[in-house]
Design a protein around this ligand. Structure first.
Ligand code: TYC
Length: 107
């Protein structure tokens, strides 16, 4: 078994330093929806509830921020999860003939 560093040089100490991690945390990606002039506000709220698990009140606040500011973060995920969210939003929007755009960006 590899040895662990003691908090002070004495061999009989029972206190171990936390082990230094040798792996980087995975890169994370923000998933964002973009404003447009055609997607109904109610539809964006449903997307935020269904795909990002937001409560209606939070979803409404995020939708209004996107409407006013042009884009907004829906969540931050590892790459594969973020890519799936983008696909789900895009597929759901196209099924309903809305142009809603969703993109991901490394944090
Ligand atoms: N701007 C849209 C409207 O006025 C609403 C909207 C909000 C669309 C957020 C997209 O990501 C969006 N109907």
């Amino acid at each position: 078994m590899p040895t662990r560093k003691l908090s002070h040089g004495r061999e009989d100490s029972a206190v171990l330093e936390p082990k230094k991690s040798r792996v980087k945390p995975p890169p994370m990606f923000k998933v964002m929806v973009l404003n447009d002039d055609y997607t109904p506000m109610d539809f964006v709220v449903v997307v935020l509830e269904r795909i990002f698990g937001m409560a209606r009140e939070t979803a409404t606040l995020v939708m209004l921020k996107v409407h006013r500011e042009g884009k907004g973060v829906c969540g931050v995920y590892p790459k594969d999860v973020a890519a799936t969210k983008v696909e789900q939003v895009t597929a759901f929007a196209r099924q309903h003939q809305h142009p809603l755009a969703c993109v991901m960006e490394e944090t």
